[in-house]
Design a protein around this ligand. Structure first.
Ligand code: ATP
Ligand code: MG
Length: 449
């Protein structure tokens, strides 16, 4: 498993820039629909574009004789001139060997055993061992259910979703290893599946969602065979684990291009299964900018590097369903709860996310009246207040601008306070009167919604 892989000097002047080997070695035979050849291209990315901690991990693995590459989204993004979100590593070192080698290593997952390297500031570099598919022998020995079957780089590459996501980068040698045509896809700005989409999409329908997302984010043309297959297999998305779908959707909301991605999900026929209510808005023929205008505004904030949370993006997505309720009489938190549940079904966002979204929307009515009383100061301590204010800033009418500025002054005043000091001078303690006044729902400390 741990074939020695002595790091060698990259200074060789005589090496060709690119070479191809048709003889690719596998531990498990690749699926019959996958065409493989090993193309290696010499290419050195700028150190400044790489994560120094990931480079340290890669070098250390190499020094101990393991193969180790950057893999997946980061290599794709570096080649496309995009800033990678995170730097994942794939290696021949087994999970236990990683733990042995790195003091900052934690092993996670039972189904997928992965190593997490922990660095300062909460940074995590994920290190996976090359995976492979099950062989007949594994199946005979009932090992096929295990996801922890380890192989070599080619085995690992063919198990990934799209060729561009299966590229591996060797930082020591400055080489890109391509087993399934990822470089060609990137050169042609094309999105295809590894192997036949008619087999690969039903195998894991989340790939339909990922294809629709990457086509927008990476500005790629979807291969016609993949496009036809996506339309055919879109309904299978309902068979996927709800938690995976939520995770993928939240990732889309964080991209800074949530609006265009959702529009593409609508066009490929996925959104009607994921968020039928949102899909209904787009079906009415309204352009997405209009239907989801707050989402577009928050996308701009993300692109400008301003902090925007998943909760805020969800609030923006749901605006068309919940904003009209702010004008209605009645129990606002209950109305909001019902509308949010209906608009997000059948996606199963966590209770924590949904409660936070309700909280942010419920605070909108209170924010519109401005910070008038002492209780207002307490409001700003409430969880979700800053997110509520960000949403209010986005939606404030000209008449509400003075209220907005007053809240902002109050918030920034608090932030300017040195640690340990409170914004208000301490007030003398008053004896509690016998008659307690119940706080209004919007002003109580605990989330009431
Ligand atoms: P992002 O920039 O959104 O993180 P990414 O390609 O890194 O893009 P991840 O979800 O982090 O996406 O997945 C990491 C890698 O795991 C992918 O690049 C791909 O190689 C592989 N992968 C992820 N999802 C699947 C899937 N459903 N089927 C096969 N391989 C997958
Ligand atoms: Mg990633």
């Amino acid at each position: 498993m741990t074939a020695p892989f002595a790091p060698r000097d990259d200074a060789s002047q005589h090496q060709p820039q690119e070479w191809i080997s048709l003889d690719v070695s596998f531990v498990s035979p690749p699926p019959p629909d996958v065409r493989c050849r090993h193309r290696v291209v010499r290419r050195r990315f700028d150190d400044a574009d790489l994560d120094p901690d990931a480079v340290k991990v890669l070098r250390r693995l190499g020094q101990h004789g393991y193969q180790a590459f950057l893999v997946g989204g980061c290599v794709r993004d570096l080649l496309l001139g995009r800033k990678p979100k995170d730097f994942d590593i794939v290696t021949s070192a087994l999970p236990g060997e990683n733990r042995h080698l790195f003091r900052n290593c934690r092993l996670i997952g039972r189904r997928f055993r992965l190593a997490h390297m922990l660095f300062s500031g909460g940074k995590i570099i994920e290190v996976a061992t090359f995976r492979r598919g099950a062989t007949d022998e594994d199946r005979l020995q009932d090992r096929h259910a295990s996801e922890n079957l380890f192989g070599g780089p080619a085995d690992d590459a063919v198990r990934r979703d799209f060729p561009m996501n299966a590229l591996m980068y060797d930082v020591v040698r400055g080489e890109i290893h391509d087993y399934v045509g990822g470089l060609e896809d990137i050169e042609r700005r094309r999105l295809s599946t590894i192997g036949d989409p008619e087999r690969r999409l039903p195998e894991d329908p989340v790939r339909v969602l990922r294809a629709a997302k990457f086509a927008v984010l990476c500005d790629l043309e979807i291969d016609p065979a993949l496009r036809a297959s996506m339309a055919r297999h879109a309904p299978l998305i309902t068979t996927c684990a709800p938690a995976r779908l939520v995770e993928e959707l939240l990732k889309i909301l964080r991209t800074g291009q949530a609006g265009p991605c959702l529009h593409n999900l609508h066009q490929v026929g996925l959104l009607e299964h994921l968020l039928p209510k949102v899909d209904g808005l787009l079906r009415q023929g309204r352009p997405w900018q209009e239907a989801l205008s707050s989402l577009a505004a928050f996308d701009e904030r993300l692109k400008a590097g301003l902090p925007t949370s998943e909760v805020l993006m969800l609030c923006a997505l749901l605006e068309p369903f919940v904003a009209p309720l702010l004008e209605e009489e009645g129990d606002l938190p209950a109305l909001l709860g019902q509308a949010i549940d209906e608009a997000t079904a059948p996606m199963r966002f966590t209770k924590r996310h949904l409660a936070a979204v309700r909280q942010v929307w419920a605070l909108q009515r209170r924010l519109a009246t401005g910070p008038a009383s002492r209780r207002s100061r307490k409001l700003r301590e409430r969880e979700g207040f800053e997110e509520a204010l960000a949403l209010f800033e986005l939606r404030a009418t000209p008449e509400q601008h003075s209220a907005l500025r007053a809240w902002q002054r109050m918030l920034y005043h608090r932030e300017a306070q040195p640690a340990g000091e409170t914004a208000e001078a301490p007030r003398p303690r008053r004896r509690r009167s016998k008659k307690r006044v119940e706080p209004k729902p919007e002003e109580s400390g605990a989330p009431r919604i």
